[in-house]
Design a protein around this ligand. Structure first.
Ligand code: NAD
Ligand code: SER
Length: 317
């Protein structure tokens, strides 16, 4: 196995919601040819499949990942491939296989090839017993399979750092709101879908109740957090490296719908909670990100007003 880390960056699950923005940001920062987008699927007319370096790669195929790392001179992996909460609770076996199995494949490859790894966690690591504003350190008792796989991921990330010195880092992303790509089967997808529905149909049936409050973040903040964490010097990264809390915006579904109604004439929203309400109810309202602030200087820039203005502006154009 190669012991010399390369210069290229491999992004797994690159055709998903975060990959759509992260690959572009990484290419802007490191150069178009330095970033290899990969995913288990191919999407017709997707910019990453049509242009730039793209490989079809399952994170469950360790041999194929070894080949890509060696052939493409990979030095860092941004590991985004996963099954999110709503899809995962419908298919818990697949969720465990991809989220835990895929992370093992990536960490093992990183150990053998001396790579750096970014492996995101989620606010889904918290369970109903967490305080409404979840601190960095609190018992993690998620009730969803997805949340359990994320806790396992954090533990593995920490173990590979402690046992093998693999430079692994992660963020507990809040629900992410973005316009370039649809959301990928999570419970927080309503906060993306509502914008498309408002502009296309003037109406949205929201699958969580009006008072559902969750930690959320605009994608630009999430991408900046990711890049800042990966740029931070090793000595500033502490025991939260498996999953730093980062706070963005905490709003209820009704507050979001009201903010859109103020800007889109005639927009209506009806609240029709389904099975995803239970997952949302098991998560905190907000997170305390003082450890990320202290360790690597994290600070969000988007509030609800700025996010809604920008989402509507971007999607209208
Ligand atoms: P997404 O569902 O939009 O994209 C995931 C991608 O992984 C998809 O393109 C899918 O095709 C791919 N994939 C699935 N199985 C694969 C496999 N076996 N091999 C390779 N690729 C595979 O997810 P996302 O929103 O981009 O999330 C990325 C990461 O961020 C995940 O770890 C997720 O848990 C975490 N996260 C996301 C959010 C959010 O709101 N988007 C919030 C918290 C945490
Ligand atoms: N947005 C993600 C989900 O809802 C949280 O990790 O699954």
């Amino acid at each position: 196995m190669s012991g010399t880390p390369g210069d290229s960056i491999l992004v797994t699950g690159a055709l998903g919601q975060i990959g759509r923005d992260l690959v572009e940001a990484l290419r802007d920062k490191h150069g178009q040819d330095s970033v290899i987008a990969s995913d288990v699927r191919e999407v017709e007319n997707h910019p990453f499949v049509e242009e730039g370096r793209f490989v079809r790669l399952s994170v469950l195929d360790g041999d194929a990942m070894d080949s890509v790392i060696e052939d493409e001179d990979v030095g860092t992996i941004y590991h985004l491939a996963a099954i999110l909460s709503a899809t995962g609770e419908q298919n818990p076996d697949l969720c465990e296989r991809v989220n835990v199995g895929g992370t093992i494949t990536v960490l093992e490859a990183a150990r053998r090839h001396d790579l750096r790894v970014y492996s995101p966690s989620s606010i889904a690591v918290f369970g109903p017993d967490a305080p409404a504003t979840a601190p960095q350190i609190t018992p993690l008792n998620p009730t969803t399979t997805y949340g359990k796989t994320k806790v396992t991921g954090e533990v593995m990330v920490m173990n590979y750092w402690k046992q093998y010195g693999v430079d692994t880092r992660g963020i507990r992303y809040p629900g992410l709101v973005s316009w370039k790509s649809p959301a990928g089967g999570g419970t927080t997808d309503y906060a993306v879908e509502i914008f498309h529905a408002a502009l296309n149909k003037g109406h949205y049936d929201c699958f969580v109740g009006p008072e559902t409050r969750l930690p959320m973040m605009y994608m630009d903040d999430a991408i900046r957090a990711t890049l800042e964490l990966m740029d931070a010097p090793t000595e500033s990264i502490g025991d939260a490296r498996g999953g730093y809390n980062v706070s963005g915006i905490s709003f209820t579904a009704k507050e979001l719908a009201d903010a859109i109604s103020e800007r889109v004439d005639g927009f209506t929203c009806e609240f029709k909670p389904d099975h995803r309400q239970e997952y949302a109810d098991s998560w905190p309202d907000a997170v305390d990100d003082s450890v990320a602030k202290d360790d690597w200087g994290w600070k969000a820039e988007y509030d609800l007003t700025r996010m809604v203005d920008e989402m509507l502006d971007r999607l209208s154009n």
